[in-house]
Design a protein around this ligand. Structure first.
Ligand SMILES: Cc1cc2nc3c(=O)[nH]c(=O)nc-3n(C[C@H](O)[C@H](O)[C@H](O)COP(=O)(O)O)c2cc1C
Length: 194
């Protein structure tokens, strides 16, 4: 078995699939547990393991939309409030199987820069997306809405120094064939051999 071939194929196959294109079917809990477990194997400096995962299961995903839309309503001045945006947040997760809110808990380890903890949690997210892809589970890393508003992290008991990195939507689609990915330029244009 050529592991490198498999890993490279999964990396390239992973795509962001809008939750609007999910079909509402549930992903097996066993698979979701594998996806979550993968997060725990991300590299992290000083062994802080700063990722925190708040998981909405199929019967609860709509609660995420309700909570998110409600926060938008509560914290948006009337003159800039958009009903269309409210509705989008309200229904964003309707066809998702699971939604995972990913947070970074800032550790007390002296001198550890914040960007290193954010980097570690980003790696944890990529681990999850790759395992999802390997199981033909569609995924989407979203931010937007109230993601970075202090009220959002407090819903999850996270503190001011902590950071929410986004929401991972997981789901099934009617067609497992993901579109081929697009990049503006090849890696050769982003490398300088030293
Ligand atoms: C930190 C982060 C936040 C993102 N937030 C959003 C988002 O709010 N809305 C969205 O449409 N895509 C979001 N994306 C997904 C990107 O649009 C997507 O990764 C990019 O278009 C490349 O496509 P691919 O993931 O299929 O390779 C986000 C990606 C990252 C890494």
């Amino acid at each position: 078995m050529d592991l490198s071939l498999i890993v490279r194929a999964i990396i390239k196959k992973r795509r962001s699939t809008s939750p609007d294109n999910f079909n509402g079917k549930a992903v097996d809990k066993q698979i979701v547990q594998e996806i979550l477990e993968a997060a725990n194997w991300a590299p992290n400096h000083k062994k802080t393991e700063p990722w925190r995962l708040f998981v909405y299961e199929p019967e609860k995903v709509k609660n995420f939309g309700k909570m998110h839309a409600q926060l938008y309503k509560e914290h948006t001045p009337e003159e800039i409030f958009l009903e269309k945006k409210y509705k989008k947040l309200l229904h964003r997760a309707d066809k998702a199987s699971h939604v995972i809110i990913v947070g970074m808990t800032r550790s007390e380890v002296a001198g550890l820069p914040e960007q290193e903890e954010i980097a570690a949690v980003s790696c944890a997210i990529q681990n999850m997306l790759l395992v999802a892809t390997a199981h033909n589970v569609a995924s989407f890393w979203g931010t937007g809405g109230m993601c970075y508003h202090p009220s959002f992290k407090s819903v999850y008991g996270m503190e001011e120094k902590d950071v929410i990195l986004g929401f991972i939507f997981l789901g099934k689609t009617d067609n497992d064939d993901l579109e081929e990915g697009k990049r503006h330029s090849p890696i050769t244009e982003k490398i300088k051999w030293m």
